[in-house]
Design a protein. Structure first.
Length: 802
């Protein structure tokens, strides 16, 4: 197990700090601790005497999953936690423990890593704001991008914000662990949920600073150059997700022809091999995009999801079904890969819970402990506490200026998941060689946003956001000399990373077996849609395909419309959080054992951890979660409301009776505050139209930030729906110094997004602007890989680097 020997203290009980944390913050704390437990750490869950109501009061099956691989002890207010903390390597809490204030904690426990997960971070103008999944979706920007343009912004129906924060928190804690290993000093990690949500914006994050535009919600339409490409198509029993250009279109046309959807004459009327290029460059076509969409829809309506998916696999077409939770649980691919964690229930039955988020060859994830009873392990934990605290860690190596200084990474990946993973390593000091080509170029270099709206292979910030602090080596691996250089990179690196479909690196002679011949303790990770094994492993795909087949499309949008889909390649913002944490755990394992290993990430399998509640629910109750706008079964009112200005909105969520009464005061509706029917969620929901009409009358008088500030001052959770331009002026993000401006050779001074966590006394980066294509080729060949001048000349003459 990668983190064997590391002890995690999960403070599930609420501390004595002023104010009560969000009702969902306990889920985040439990979730990040579970991730560490799955990686092999010894997790001690500190619960209140009657059990942590924020997790144990949730559906019982979710509690059983969230508390596996943990031991439980009881905590009563007034109990000293000093001895427990002193024996831990990492403490995770929700910001409600004043004993763990950064200055106090670092002074009291000089070897400890403390992780605090809070809505906006521990300090700043919004640090004390009340927050919910809805308001954080608004403040983080995801709501501005989700849903249809003719309706109000919408969140993903099943809460996501705290999951993003938890997964990113694990990465922040591992970076702090590396920093402690180098310095021997205590570390404090301050995690902001808002910024974790912000990173789900992908190409929309800072678009307004790059080309002057805010990207807008558009349902499941993908905006590319001069066209809008619809991604969801109806079929006989649901929907499929498909981008109808490129190789998929070339394979789809003859299939449509076979089925009689289109005639031979219709097919012959168009040059399909050049169709995509002409469409994207606004050149004439015989068949326009609308007609093509109509024909595709006629075709898909004739077949079921399963029939279309099976045909796509046979024809090697990139398309997937829009899965429900029930569809996902029944997937053969997941069963063949032995994905599910079988959790035994009290009645003797079992349910399938999300299993290994990655597969590791030498330190696999395991589930050794079932969910504990409250306080089940109190006696054994307290009896084993040492009389004296552990001595401060002494660095085993010379101190490093940056946590990952000296770590060498060969990044063969492209598009999203792999580059984001390698970026995190590079920003924290690793030397990362970005191995790329112009034939084809990384697609993110080609799709915008472009600086000043002028296209160019080195002018796209979509690529730039994911590739900071890296060195670019232009390399054509179709050239034998290019493959030789790639082998040199494998011999040089500590970590190799690729994002090709299953078997690609093996076919190039660069797979794990070949890599270990030149570098026996290499850590090699591959990330793709379905992983390296299973019946559909050879099927390529992007993050929007993964989002559809993982169930996120089904739970985003409105119940009276087709699936809305979360923004863009949604799972590309989930998978890197798991993979980067795993790579740092694998480095820690290698440091202790000398073992490298192979890591196989199926992006779908990582993403399904964010679907855990509905995957469990469908098995036990038969309820298949569906999109339901902004409705929440536990809270009301719970929606976004129009404010002054064009497409301006504010999210408002009432979680408690006190908050409802506070809202009634703001609305000057004292009668509502005393009405017993409106004192319940059910009563407020049955009077939803009346309440929403009154709320809209109120919010339309003000700009969204004013609505938010007014309601927050009165104790009502509220958050303005922020777009890219709003984030650039957000005072909380400014307080956290979130945006970093750096000089780029072609783009000039560019703002780059920062990391979602802060570590006391340390600047997270980025360190350097994203590279131009091949910007560091000669430097990498000579100075980094250490090849002699004659060899480099031979490589350059061969055309392998051009």
């Amino acid at each position: 197990m990668s983190l064997a020997g590391i002890r995690i203290l999960e403070l599930a009980a609420v501390g004595t700090g002023e104010g009560r944390p969000s009702t969902s913050s306990g889920i985040a704390v439990a979730w990040v601790a579970k991730l560490f437990g799955d990686l092999g750490a010894d997790v001690i869950r500190v619960e209140s005497a009657d059990g942590d109501d924020r997790v144990r009061s949730r559906p019982h099956e979710l509690h059983r999953w969230l508390t596996t691989n943990k031991r439980s002890i009881r905590y009563r207010p007034g109990d000293a936690i000093d001895a427990l903390v002193a024996d831990a390597d990492l403490v995770v809490h929700d910001g409600s423990w004043p004993e763990l204030d950064p200055e106090l904690a670092i002074a009291a426990w000089p070897r400890l890593v403390v992780l605090a997960v809070t809505p906006f971070g521990q300090t700043g103008p919004y640090a004390d704001h009340l927050a919910t999944d809805l308001t954080l979706s608004a403040m983080g920007g995801s709501m501005a991008l989700n849903g249809d343009r003719d309706r109000r912004p919408v969140r993903i129906t099943v809460p996501q914000t705290w999951h993003h924060a938890a997964a990113e928190s694990a990465l922040g804690a591992m970076v702090a662990h590396e920093r402690r290993q180098a310095s021997g000093e205590a570390q404090f990690v301050d995690m902001s949920v808002q910024t974790a949500v912000f990173w789900t914006g992908l190409n929309a994050m800072i678009s307004s600073a790059i080309d002057g535009r805010n990207l807008e919600r558009g349902g499941t339409a993908l905006q590319l150059s001069t066209i809008t490409a619809e991604l969801v198509y109806p079929c006989a029993d649901g929907e499929i997700c498909m981008f109808f250009m490129g190789a998929t279109l070339l394979g789809l046309i003859p299939w449509m022809q076979e089925r009689g959807t289109v005639t031979d004459a219709w097919v012959a009327s168009e040059d399909w091999t050049t169709y995509e290029r002409r469409i994207l460059s606004a050149q004439p076509t015989v068949i326009d995009v609308d007609e093509l969409r109509t024909k595709i829809t006629e075709f898909t309506r004739q077949l079921t999801k399963a029939e279309i998916f099976a045909g796509a696999i046979e024809r090697k077409l990139t398309l997937v079904p829009v899965n429900t939770a029930a569809d996902t649980v029944a997937m053969t691919q997941l069963a063949v890969r032995d994905y599910w964690d079988e959790i035994e229930l009290p009645d003797g039955t079992a349910m399938r819970a999300p299993g290994a988020f990655v597969k590791l060859s030498n330190s696999p994830l395991s589930w050794s402990l079932p969910a504990p009873l409250v306080g089940q392990h109190s006696d054994e934990v307290f009896a084993a506490l040492p009389v004296e605290s552990k001595p401060p860690t002494v660095p085993a190596e010379p101190q490093r200026a940056l946590p990952l200084e000296g770590v060498k990474v060969a990044d063969f990946s492209w598009i999203g998941v792999g580059p984001i993973t390698a970026k995190s390593l590079a920003d924290h000091g690793a030397t990362v060689i970005r191995i790329e080509s112009d034939a084809p170029a990384d697609r993110l270099r080609l799709v915008g946003p472009f600086t000043d709206d002028v296209a160019g292979i080195n002018r796209c910030q979509f690529f730039g956001s994911f590739n900071t602090s890296k060195l670019s080596l232009q390399l054509n691996m179709k050239n034998p000399a290019g493959v030789d250089v790639a082998r040199e990179a494998l011999a040089w690196c500590d970590i190799a990373l690729d994002s090709f479909t299953a078997g690609t690196m093996d076919r190039l002679g660069l797979g794990y077996t070949a890599a270990t011949e030149v570098n026996p303790d290499i850590i090699m990770a591959t990330t793709c849609l379905f992983g390296q094994s299973g019946p559909v492993s050879k099927l390529a795909g992007y993050g929007y395909h993964a989002a559809a087949i993982s169930g996120f499309y089904e739970i985003t949008g409105w119940d009276d419309r087709n699936p809305g889909g979360p923004w863009n390649a949604y799972t590309d913002t989930i998978a890197p959080r798991f993979l980067t944490t795993t790579l740092l755990a694998a480095l820690d394992h290698r440091r202790r054992t000398g073992q490298g290993q192979y890591i196989d990430q199926a992006q779908m399998e990582s993403a399904l951890h964010f679907q855990s509640p509905q995957l469990l629910d469908v098995q036990l109750s038969g309820h298949n979660a569906r999109r339901d706008g902004n409705v929440d079964p536990a809270y009301a009112p719970h929606d976004v409301y129009r404010c002054q200005g064009e497409d301006q909105w504010c999210a408002i969520a009432v979680e408690t009776l006190d908050q409802w009464r506070n809202l009634c005061t703001v609305l000057s509706e004292p009668g509502w505050a005393e009405d017993p029917e409106l004192a319940t969620v059910e009563g407020r929901r049955s009077n939803e139209s009346m309440i929403n009409d009154r709320l809209t009358q109120f919010t339309e008088q003000y700009e969204p930030r004013a609505v938010m500030n007014l309601l927050q001052a009165r104790g009502v959770p509220a958050g303005m729906v922020q777009r890219s331009s709003d984030h650039l002026q957000d005072p909380q993000l400014a307080h956290r110094d979130f945006f970093r401006r750096m000089q780029h050779p072609e783009m000039g001074e560019v703002p780059y997004e920062g990391h979602q966590y802060q570590i006391t006394g340390y600047s997270n980066g980025p360190r350097m602007a994203a590279p131009c294509l091949g910007e560091h080729t000669y430097e990498v060949l000579t100075e980094v890989l250490g090849l002699d001048v004659d060899k480099v000349t031979e490589i350059l003459v061969s055309g392998a680097c051009g």
